[in-house]
Design a protein around this ligand. Sequence first.
Ligand code: 4NP
Length: 145
Amino acid sequence: MSVRILFVCLGNICRSPAAEGVFRRLAPEMMCDSAGTAGWHVGNPPYAPMQQAARKRGVDLSALRARQFSVADFDAFDLIIAMDDSNRADIEAERPDGNSTPVVLFTDFAPHSGMDHVPDPYYTRDFGGCLDLIQTAAEGLKGAV
Ligand code: 4NP
């Protein structure tokens, strides 16, 4: 079965586009996208330092553009993956009655990382560490779907 996957963070310029790019490379046959719960950066490419860190690992994020999570995404995707609990709560707050699309944390797929969220490199400035965790979780996700 083909699973449609949506990665969600806050701004859709750091963590979720990186997750989309890394996962797309691992599983090019799968349909995936990313979105932000906030609309601040709609239409913008991923944050330049994140693009640069991803490019160093052979992942090109330059064609991606930020969009805001919308209630239609509950039907358009089979699995919604949040980067942290705040993203998850914001997504859950929009869930329509009767919808049962799973909303899970990306770190659920990286159980040995000891992490319960993907720290936001927009604030931590640790873009490489963020990509390491994303790579581990993306590999776990690929094995799970
Ligand atoms: P992201 O990081 O949620 O991983 O895309 C952020 C990017 C921008 C902002 C916050 C988080 N911002 O406040 O503009």
